[in-house]
Design a protein around this ligand. Structure first.
Ligand code: PNS
Length: 182
């Protein structure tokens, strides 16, 4: 007789976190220090972490997928178990293709929770064996988002300390010749 877990599926032996392959998906337009903080935390928990950049964006991105991947590769180069890729289509299909068992997402504040929970539960409906793991960034990054970084930079504000130095340089390049105030 096999045992059943609370989800109704048979209980299987636990897989050590170190043998777990996780995907950290997002738009990363651009990567912030909050994202990087999460990469560091997740890289300590999982055997391998794939940072996956969404390519089929509905919104018009500031950076191309190639630019975002290049920045991510540069700022994560010291993490030996972290790789960077792009993906399109459904996240659950991409996770299956990469043989990943977990999705990592960050929750900065209560306001993130509803959206994240809806996504996690929908992904679970589509792929019941794929788990979503939520991590919290350091408190100092709870108010940082890519959207605010773009907005602040575009209006001439300082994004120092909010994004890696390289991203600040790329933002400067992106806006050089454009109408950035300040
Ligand atoms: O950084 P973001 O924009 O909050 O990331 C959102 C992302 C990329 C995780 C989400 O939009 C996604 O997974 N898109 C892929 C398409 C998909 O699977 N949609 C259904 C999610 S329930």
């Amino acid at each position: 007789m096999h045992k059943e877990g609370s989800s109704g599926s048979p209980v299987t032996s636990p897989r050590p976190m170190a043998a777990t392959r996780a995907i950290y998906p997002g738009s990363f337009d651009p990567i912030t220090n909050g994202h990087l903080d999460l990469v560091e935390r997740a890289s300590k928990l999982f055997g391998h972490l794939v940072v996956a950049v969404l390519t089929n964006f509905e919104k018009r991105p500031l950076f191309t997928p190639e630019e975002r991947v290049a920045m991510l590769e540069q700022v994560t180069k010291d993490y030996r178990n972290v790789s960077v890729e792009t993906f399109g289509g459904l996240l659950v299909d991409y996770a299956a293709q990469k043989k990943a068992q977990a999705i990592v997402r960050g929750i900065r504040a209560f306001s993130d929770f509803e959206y994240e929970m809806q996504m996690a539960l929908m992904n679970r409906k589509l792929a019941p064996k794929l788990e979503t793991v939520f991590l919290m960034p350091a408190e100092s990054y709870t108010y940082v988002s890519s959207r605010l970084v773009r907005e602040i930079f575009c209006h001439g504000g300082s994004v120092k300390g909010l994004v890696p130095q390289l991203v600040e340089e790329q933002l400067r390049k992106k806006f050089s010749g454009k109408n950035r105030k300040g």
